[in-house]
Write a protein that binds this ligand. Structure first.
Ligand code: SF4
Length: 470
């Protein structure tokens, strides 16, 4: 499982990220630009709320009938001449792909951007076999050459500015041009072109599979995917098992929502449909086509109280509006799924042991709820995680003890009354200049950036009683 992007502790990651001025500037700029474009496109479409309702309905319908649609999809892919493999775990998925690659004696593999292949740790498995795996999405490529991890589900290299990218291109590939995006892109294009022509296998993700026709729909803005899916003789598409739509009609709605929510565009530059391998008489396309359908914990989510998260179409709009993501970037979360969607899905796919802090990387402002095109109640699901974490005793002992104390006092009126009275007097004596006298634990953290108000020495009840008398 390669969900994890860092071995550092959550607090260390967050501290590092907050010090990373380049990342924070780049994320703010991207959030503002994409956010403004998204709003323009949403308004232009009109009836956005009705579109959201429709998209939610479609995704709910798919989830309610997932078994039937998966069966229909696999039958169609077979009829089209392709192969289908259902992988229950990440290990099963990578083992199947590894087997196909070994059978083909693949030396070079070109990939287009795919979060599910990141999730299952595919590159590492293939590289262990001595195969060269080349990421051909521009952002992913920039990360791959320096061994970095994506920090956004749509814009993987969002945490870097053009100067940093130029420097890394110079160090890794001897690039001597300027830091203009056009020049750097043209340079990379030349380098990768050779990889496309030499590749034995192309691997892609899948934005939506169409059950009725057995097609795989992929949306991109760079055109790399078209080369990755048509030049190599073998193509392997990897999809999360919930990424389905019944027919092209529903895909039409979902793609409309996806492009507008993800990058603030009417449509992505390239919309590609793969329907099995190349047929007799056709001039392009792979000779062999494999569809790997990955469960990896999704069935469990489907039967849990978190199932609404499976409506996600990975548009990234929740990341682009999140104030916590704005400060700590994707790497602060330590998961390939960061931001609000990551705070919900990472603990579900990777377990609380690894990701129990993520539901707390949230101010519960609910901005994510209001932009999600499929109306996932992200903030409520984050709260549900906190509930589970607290109930299973994973929160720090000091926190549990103080909540227990608060609960006890709060349910004993006399104790509460006396406590407030004495507490107000004692606190008034000891809290000075916005700081508690003893700087420990959560209190110390809390007052690092905030003033602790000094009480007047009178409890609210005392004040209220006096007010009544007056
Ligand atoms: S949760 Fe909603 S907003 Fe976030 S990535 Fe998924 S579909 Fe987009």
């Amino acid at each position: 499982m390669s969900l994890k992007t860092s071995n550092l502790a959550f607090k260390v990651r967050v501290d590092n990220q907050i010090q990373n001025e380049m990342m924070r500037k780049a994320v703010v700029k991207a959030q503002e630009t994409i956010g403004a474009n998204r709003l323009k496109m949403v308004n232009e479409l009109g009836n956005w709320e009705e579109w959201r309702d429709l998209a939610k309905q479609i995704r709910n319908h798919v989830l309610a009938n997932l078994d039937a649609y998966l069966y229909q999809l696999s039958e169609k892919v077979h009829q089209n001449g392709g192969h289908v493999y259902f992988a229950e775990t990440a290990e099963e998925a990578t083992a199947y792909i590894r087997k196909v690659a070994l059978e083909k004696q693949a030396k070079k593999i070109v990939k287009s951007k795919s979060m599910v292949t990141e999730e299952i740790g595919l590159n590492e498995v293939l590289e262990k076999e001595g195969m060269k795996v080349v990421e051909t999405d521009l952002g992913e490529y920039l990360l791959q050459i320096v061994g970095d991890k994506p920090s956004h589900i749509v814009v993987p290299a969002i945490h870097k500015d053009r100067y940093k990218i130029r420097q890394e291109l110079h160090e890794q590939l001897g690039y001597n041009g300027s830091e203009t995006p056009e020049e750097m892109t043209a340079f990379i294009r030349q380098v990768i072109r050779k990889d496309f022509l030499e590749a034995d296998i192309g691997i892609s993700g899948c934005n939506f599979a169409v059950a009725e026709t057995g097609s795989v729909c992929l949306v991109t803005n760079e055109g790399n995917l078209r080369l990755a899916t048509t030049v190599p003789k073998t193509h392997i598409a990897v999809m999360g098992m919930e990424r389905l739509a019944p027919t092209f009609q529903e895909v039409d709605v979902l793609i409309t929502m996806l492009a507008r929510s993800a990058v603030g565009a009417k449509l992505t530059a390239y919309n590609t449909w793969l329907t099995g391998p190349r047929l007799d008489g056709e001039t392009d396309g792979p000779e062999e086509f494999h569809l790997v359908i990955v469960d990896n914990g999704r069935s469990k989510i489907l039967e849990s109280e978190f199932k609404e998260v499976l409506r996600c179409i990975r548009c990234g709009a929740c990341l682009n509006t999140c104030p916590a993501y704005r400060q700590i970037g994707g790497h602060g979360y330590g998961s390939i799924y960061p931001g609000p969607i990551g705070s919900v899905i990472s603990p579900l796919l990777g377990g609380y042991e690894e990701f129990k802090e993520l539901p707390y990387a949230c101010s519960l402002c609910t901005a994510c709820n209001s932009v999600c095109p499929v109306k996932i109640p992200l903030a409520q699901l984050i709260l549900k995680h906190r509930e589970h974490i607290a109930q299973s005793g994973m929160t720090p002992a000091a926190e549990r003890l103080s909540i227990f104390g608060f609960n006890f006092a709060n349910s004993h009126p006399t104790l509460w009354k006396v406590g407030m009275k004495v507490g107000a007097k004692v606190a008034a004596k000891f809290i000075k200049n916005g700081k508690a006298p003893i700087q420990v634990g959560a209190l110390a953290e809390w007052t690092k950036a905030r003033d602790l108000p000094t009480p007047e020495g009178e409890s609210f009840r005392e004040w209220f009683e006096k007010r009544g008398k007056n």
